[in-house]
Design a protein around this ligand. Structure first.
Ligand SMILES: Nc1ncnc2c1ncn2[C@@H]1O[C@H](COP(=O)(O)OP(=O)(O)OP(=O)(O)O)[C@@H](O)[C@H]1O
Length: 310
């Protein structure tokens, strides 16, 4: 659906995006993660045709975005990371305004506007002035207006920034709903836990480069090698730690009050043998499970710990 190949963006001598290659399949909810200044907004703006790349190609449904910008704009709904000032504009007028920008007739706008406002849960706000809406409502209205021309790809730049927890949950539900309706969605954020909850695939950017991309589980599996285990022990920790440290295929990563985190290069049956040996040695093993890892630690690992939550 979205294909980015060898994409570069230079601001003068500064390279904001460097050799970015990415494929987002149809129906994906893809999250762009990266610390401030990683190049997410720059990439998104190029995808949406708001800024030309220095080099590289972007295609949507196989259509070259640089060669056919008008056609591409019909395919994309863009939600920027800022909300303009709309004095004296009611919600329904706001939708009319954006519909007319896509040269839709009043009848066409009316036909979709009501449905979209219902979708974003703003049906009862049609006659309310936009500037009096809460931030969460404004963000949802922004999504509704981005969908007015029925684009297949929705691109959102930091849609959750400044939202309270409840508004974030509403935004997440809305995006998941849109995905189930067949939209492809690209969302940028540096709030990693949220992306982990809602996206099925992610790309991690750092200093203009995509350092990792793919299905969330695969990305984490790749980084951790899927070989981290948490061993929970009741009673004395020392014998368990010593035994694990002496094991040639185990590296003890950290020791907590009741848990030992290890990484290993063992096969299934060797893991089973290890548990049996620990128990034979009188160690009371109360838990032995694969560490799932989380997006935060992955992010820190890949970007050298420059996370900046807002
Ligand atoms: N118009 C510009 N001229 C010069 N440098 C720019 C311009 N726009 C962005 N940059 C620089 O390019 C880099 C990437 O910026 P960008 O806004 O794409 O990052 P980002 O990942 O979206 O960060 P944030 O999370 O802070 O929005 C930053 O170092 C930024 O200072």
């Amino acid at each position: 659906m979205l294909q980015i190949s060898h994409l570069y963006k230079n601001y003068g001598k500064f390279q904001a995006v460097r050799d970015l290659n990415l494929h987002v399949p149809k129906g994906d909810l893809f999250g762009f993660v990266g610390p401030n200044g990683a190049g997410k907004t720059t990439t998104i703006r190029m995808v949406c045709g708001l800024m030309p790349p220095t080099e590289g190609t972007i295609t949507i449904h196989g259509v070259d975005a640089l060669l056919h910008p008008k056609e591409i704009k019909k395919q994309i709904g863009y939600v920027p990371d800022f909300f303009g000032v709309y004095d004296n504009l009611k919600v329904s007028e706001y939708m009319d305004f954006y519909g007319s920008m896509y040269r839709m007739t009043s009848r066409e706008i009316a036909a979709v506007s009501n449905d979209l406002l219902e979708l974003v849960n703003l049906s009862d706000k049609k006659e309310v002035y936009v500037d009096t809406l809460s931030r969460g409502m404004k963000q949802r209205l922004c999504v509704a207006r981005a969908l007015i021309h029925n684009p297949s790809l929705l691109v959102l730049d930091e849609p959750n920034s400044g939202l309270d927890p409840r508004a974030r949950v509403e935004m997440k539900e809305l995006l998941q709903n849109l995905r189930s309706m067949g939209k492809t969605i690209v969302i940028s954020s540096h709030i990693l836990s949220e992306l982990a909850e809602m996206c099925n695939s992610i790309g991690i950017m750092d200093h203009g480069k995509l350092v990792e991309a793919g299905n969330i589980e695969d990305v984490m599996e790749h980084v951790f090698g899927g070989n981290r285990i948490v061993v929970s022990v009741h009673g004395e920790m020392e014998p368990a730690v010593r035994m694990l440290k002496e094991h040639p295929q185990i590296r003890v990563e950290s020791v907590g009050e009741k848990e030992i985190h290890i990484s290993h290069a063992m096969k299934e049956e060797e893991i089973a043998q290890l548990i049996a040996q620990m128990i034979q040695n009188g160690i009371i093993v109360t838990g032995f499970y694969k560490e799932e890892g989380n997006l935060e630690s992955l992010f820190m690992q890949l970007t050298g710990g420059q996370e900046d939550e807002n």
